[in-house]
Design a protein around this ligand. Sequence first.
Ligand code: FES
Ligand SMILES: [Fe+2]
Length: 454
Amino acid sequence: MLGIPNLVDNVASNQSREIFWDKDVYNLELERIFARSWLFLGHESLLPKPGDFITTYMAEDKVILSHQQDGSFRAFINSCTHRGNQICHADSGNAKAFVCNYHGWVYGQDGSLVDVPLETRCYHGQLDKAKLGAKHIRVETYKGFIFGCGDADAPSLEEYLGEFRWYLDTIWEGAGGGLELLGPPMKSILACNWKVPAENFVGDGYHVGWTHAGALMQVGGELAGLAGNRADMPFEKLGFQFTTRHGHGFGVINNAAPAIHVKRDGWAKYLADTRAEVGRKFGPEREELYVGHWNCSLFPSCSFLYGTNTFKVWHPRGPHEIEVWTYTMVPRDADAETKSMIQREATRSFGTAGTLESDDGENMSSSTFVNRGTITRNGRISSSMGVGFEGPHPVFPGIVGSSFIGETSHRGFYRFWKEMLDAPDWKAVKANDDTWDSMFTNRNYWNDKVDAAE
Ligand code: FES
Ligand SMILES: [Fe+2]
C-alpha cells in the first residue's frame, strides 16, 4: 500500500489508483471509515410498528434493526454469541424475539440473550446470559432516517451530518411532512470499488450528458439539453455544487426536481403546492434547492437523487465488489397514487433495469478493474475540474462550487476520506474542525462574484 499521504493529493486534486484496488487500503477503510462513521440503516417508514424489524448491512457486517416497544430503534450484529451462526435470515417482519437456528438461543428485540434451551439441565445455571447479548450498535435518527455507528467515540449523528443538515432539512423536513422510504429494496451485485458510485453521486454532473445522452434524449424535457455536453450551455447559471466538513456533498440542477420523471403530475404538483412553505421556513435559497434536482452522497456510502428520488446504499464486498440496495424516497404526506408513480419512475430510471442507471455499470466496473494492471495502477486519477472556482459562501454553509458540472464535491469527499484514513481516532479528526477547508484557497471567490454582480 502507498502511504496514506500519497493516496489523495488535496493540492493537485488527484488520487492514486490504488484507492480503487488495493486490499490494504480497503482493510483500512473498513476499520477507519466504515467502523467509525454513521452508516445508513433504514427509515422509520420501513419498520413503522413496535416489533417491526429489517435486516441490513453496515459495510460487510450483518445487522438487525428493530423497532422497540417504547418506540425507539435498536440495532445489533446479526450473529449468535454461541457459535456465531447468523440469527435472522428474513429481510423484514415483526418479531418479539429472534431465535438462532443452530442450537436455539433466543434474543430479544434489543439483542439481549433472553433464553437458551436446556439452560438448567445442561448449563447447570452457570451461563451468564447478561454478558452474551448480540453485539450492540449505536443507533440515532434524523428526520426519520436511521443510522448506525460502530464507534462509541464518534460524534452524535447530528454532529456527523454537521452543517450538511442545513441542506438536508430543506428536503427531509421540507414543508413539514418530510420524506420517507419505500421498500423493499432492489439488491444487486456490481463489480466495482464502492467509491466509484459514491463519487459519481456526490459530484459527477459531468458524466450525465455523455454517459446518459441516449436516455436524456428519450426522456426529453428540462435535462435533454444536457445531452452531448454542448459547450454553448450556460452551466454556471444552471446550478451549484456543495461539499462539507465530513465529506457529504451534492450537486444541484436548478428547477429540475422531477425532470427525469415522465409521468410526474402528482410529484410536480406536490412541489408546486409546498415550495412557498419551504421558502417561508427556510428562505429563498433553500426554496430554490427544494425545486432543484440533487445528486448527493452522505459520506461514506449512501447516495440519493432528490427529484428523481432513487435512494442507494453501496455496501462494500471487498475492494472490487459492492452490493447495491435501492429504495425510493417519497414525500410522507403525498397521496398514495403520487407515491406509487414516483416509485415507478425512480425505478424505471435508476432501478436495476434503470434506463439511466444501466448506462453506468461499465463505468463503475472498468474504472475499478483496469487497475488489475500494475503499470496502470501506478498512475493517478484526476478530480481537478473547477479548482479555484469555489469557496466559502455568504449564505450556503460548507464550500460551494460555481457549477453543477465540476469536481468540488469529489474534492471534499476525498479530502475527508483521507482525513479519516489518516486519523487514529475521532479525537484526531475533531482536531481539524477549524482548518478542514483550508485546501479550498480561493477564500474570496463568492464575495468577489457577488460584488461583481451588484
Ligand atoms: S450458534 Fe446460535 S445457538 Fe448455537
Ligand atoms: Fe450516471
